[in-house]
Design a protein around this ligand. Structure first.
Ligand code: GDP
Ligand code: MG
Length: 212
């Protein structure tokens, strides 16, 4: 049953991927546990990227339009997908959202997945890259506890580095743990609050859009 669901999802994800490729759109799937700072990261980075290319957002959450409202305030196109009891976005939800949006060619699409380090890892949405966000309040052993997520991700962003002096969290140990699970993982350390490290991350995103 699980195999069947994943197979169907993968077929639809490939259709989404074909759509993105045909339109030269880079789609990024942002994943994390609730509260790591996915929406904050989008709020911080999108205004810095808008001068270079159009950006649109799909917001996934079980309930509420809170995050979509926050993104809407930036003046970029956004669609909220509520999954109800579902713990992840799937390729069909993204496919339906794409039909409601008027995405521009040569643009960036950010997809904020439902906050959860488990099931969203299994569902390909057709994205170019998966970006897992972890924050310094979560414990530096999380990559070992949720290896599937860190194994599937292409990029890991450690957020809330401004809190490092106050929490028992070793950024280097977290990085080692993440690399143990996936040695191809690209690693960024940022504080959305202070802006530390944000330039390196936006630089990498710009490069992805340029290289597509
Ligand atoms: N101290 C600190 N707090 C942050 C930072 N980034 C986000 N937050 C806070 O973390 C909470 C959750 O952020 P949010 O973006 O909603 O997380 P999401 O659930 O992953 O989308 C909010 O209260 C943010 O203000 C940061 O870099 N430093
Ligand atoms: Mg959010």
């Amino acid at each position: 049953m699980e195999q069947d669901v994943l197979l169907k999802n993968n077929l639809l994800a490939e259709r989404n991927r074909g759509y993105f490729e045909a339109r030269n759109i880079v789609a990024l799937n942002f994943l994390s546990s609730p509260g790591s700072g996915k929406t904050s990261l989008l709020e911080k980075t999108i205004p810095l990227l808008l001068g270079d290319f159009p950006v649109a957002v799909i917001e996934g959450d079980q309930q509420t339009t809170n995050d979509a409202d926050r993104i809407h305030a930036l003046g970029v196109p956004v669609i909220q997908v509520n999954t109800g009891s579902g713990c992840h976005l799937d390729a069909l939800m993204v496919n339906r959202a794409l039909k409601e949006m008027e995405l521009k060619d040569n643009s960036l699409l950010c997809i904020e997945n439902v906050g959860n380090l488990v099931c969203p890892a299994m569902f390909d949405l057709g994205e170019a890259k998966k970006i897992v966000v972890i924050s310094t309040t979560e414990g530096d052993d999380k990559p070992l506890k949720y290896p599937a997520m860190f194994h599937e991700a292409d990029i890991c962003v450690l957020n809330k580095t401004d809190l490092l002096p106050y929490v028992d969290f070793s950024a280097s140990r977290c990085r080692e743990n993440a690399m143990r699970v996936n040695h191809h993982l690209e690693w960024f350390e940022v504080s959305v609050k202070t802006g530390e490290g944000i330039e390196a991350l936006t630089g990498r995103i710009r490069q992805m859009v340029k290289d597509r």
